[in-house]
Design a protein. Structure first.
Length: 528
């Protein structure tokens, strides 16, 4: 019998009361709280949005409030935790208005007061938030005879939301640094602290004030603390997985392979190769059980820091599955005004660790198909503005219906609207290829760039349920020459299977004007 799956609940008590599935993370939380694997008591962890950070903090709050009845049957209930009740201050700084610094400050005060009220602590309006925080820790510890537990959700959200105005973001960061600095100043009166966020933009001032903070972000012990492993899917969602596979008409093995391709690719530690599924994606896919997989990443919005960054940068012509190696410093960027695109995209969840070369070099790439399609959609919107959706839809419709004259006409218009143009001089073939990749992927096709084969590499292969499109691009040459190369190299052979119609497409570009000048298509008879 299938259990209820929550799609948007991040409160542990509510999950328990409504009898939704809870993927048990209490054993690693117990080890963290008790300092078994990693010593210390002040912790930070960075993860992309929608990975269960808020639920983790809510679970910790219930543990530290001694609410053992909520944990019956879970791992921690069978361990030697003593269930002492501690005073808890739980702050949440997500979705704050930052139109001006004054807007931020008013919202900041309101959020601190709200946390105080929930903990039954009086807020003194004559004092600044950081002074209230320090006073609360000292006073409550003395009055209740127990050290304080501090939980901070989305510590960096106000900074990320102000990324389009570096001066304002820096001012917000300074205010938050003073507040978080009180954690270090009053560490003797703190039993445990967990701070979560998406980015580490605030590190220079905030983390220097907390130099006794243990960063779990890349630790192997925390690699699967957030997100679901395959084993956790089997233990918690087996009936739903089997039911969805049946709806899709796939064997269990084929279904799980496609599920992994779409939603499992996040690796959070250089020393642990286990990848995890996005929890929200799994909840939505298994709740809906549609006869196909679909994108879920964009349904809850986008990381504000990334959106602000995209307003300043052009990222369309990069191949995010073949990025150059980066060093560990990519994860610890201090300069708000000179952030690298890899840093922003990694921390926003659009890139993840693909490989690690000791002692410090990382290969990054897009984690899964769900994120890949949303990233390409974002890049198209950045390049084409309000025309992006209409352009993409028109092109996809023409391609899928076999209207190649319209497809080629739309494609010429598409390239003419891209940020690079005749005034910028000749560009490399890869830029044209990358733009086409973004266009086709954003529309939902399965796209492979530089498809390696025995006779060479096809520039681009795009697949729908029953059709394959093989593209060859020529900068100095003709579309006919491109088509001939596809045939001569046998790029279509791996795709000649029953039920698949194959289209060979040659594209030619003028290096002087950076425009698409010629295109040709040939359809192969489906194999029998």
């Amino acid at each position: 019998m299938e259990q209820r799956i929550a799609q948007d609940i991040s409160d542990f008590r509510e999950l328990w009361e409504k009898k939704f599935i809870y993927v048990d993370k209490t054993e690693p939380l117990y080890r963290l709280v008790e300092g078994i694997d990693i010593g210390g008591k002040l912790f930070f962890i960075s993860r992309p949005r929608r990975f269960g950070k808020s639920l983790m903090l809510s679970t910790l709050e219930c543990i530290f409030r001694g609410e053992r009845d909520l944990f019956q049957g879970l791992a921690i209930d069978k361990l030697d935790y003593d269930w002492t009740e501690y005073p808890v201050l739980h702050f949440n700084f997500a979705t704050m208005k930052v139109n001006t610094f004054e807007d931020f400050y008013a919202g900041f005060v309101a959020r601190v007061r709200q946390a105080f009220a929930q903990a039954k602590i009086i807020y003194d309006p004559t004092l600044a938030p950081n002074d209230n925080f320090a006073q609360a820790i000292q006073t409550v510890t003395a009055e209740r005879g127990k050290p304080m537990v501090v939980l901070v959700d989305e510590y960096d959200a106000p900074v990320g939301a102000a990324m389009n105005d570096i001066a304002k973001a820096s001012a917000i960061r300074t205010e938050l640094a003073a507040f978080y600095g009180e954690i270090k100043n009053n560490a003797a009166n703190i039993r445990f602290m967990m701070m979560t966020g998406v980015t580490k933009f605030a590190q220079l001032s905030v983390f220097s004030a907390l130099n006794n903070l243990t960063d779990l972000t890349l630790q192997s012990e925390a690699a699967t603390l957030l997100g679901y492993t395959d084993e956790e899917l089997d233990a918690n969602f087996a009936p739903s997985l089997q039911a969805h596979a049946k709806v899709m008409g796939l064997s269990d093995a084929d279904y799980r392979a496609e599920l992994r391709r779409w939603y499992n690719g996040y690796r959070f530690s250089p020393d642990c190769t286990t990848t995890v599924y996005n929890p929200v994606a799994i909840a939505r896919v298994l709740s809906r059980k549609k006869p196909y997989f679909e994108t879920t990443w964009s349904e809850t919005g986008h990381a504000s820091a990334l959106m602000r960054y995209l307003e300043r940068e052009n990222l369309v012509d990069k191949d995010y599955d073949r990025l150059p190696l980066v060093s560990k410093s990519i994860f610890d960027n201090y300069n708000l005004g000179a952030l690298r695109p890899e840093t922003v995209l990694y921390q926003a969840g659009y890139l993840t660790i693909k490989d690690f070369i000791p002692p410090k070099f990382y290969a990054l790439g897009v984690p899964d198909e769900d994120v890949r399609q949303d990233l390409n959609s974002l890049l198209l919107n950045k390049a084409l503005g309000d025309e992006a959706d209409e352009t993409s839809d028109d092109l996809q419709t023409a391609l899928l219906t076999g209207d190649f004259p319209t497809f080629f006409a739309r494609l010429k218009a598409f390239y003419a609207h891209l940020p690079y143009g005749a005034k910028e001089g000749p560009i490399h073939e890869a830029a044209y290829q990358r733009a086409l990749y973004a266009l086709l992927s954003a529309g939902g096709l399965r796209v492979t760039a530089e498809d390696r084969q025995a006779q060479g590499r096809a520039d681009l292969v795009a697949e729908s349920m029953d059709q394959v499109y093989i593209f060859e691009l020529k900068i100095r040459g003709t579309a006919a020459e491109a088509l001939a190369q596809i045939k001569d190299k046998g790029y279509a052979k791996p795709y000649q299977v029953p039920g698949k119609t194959i289209h060979l497409i040659g594209l030619a570009f003028d290096p002087a004007s950076n425009t698409l000048t010629d295109a040709i298509e040939e359809t192969l008879t489906p194999a029998t």
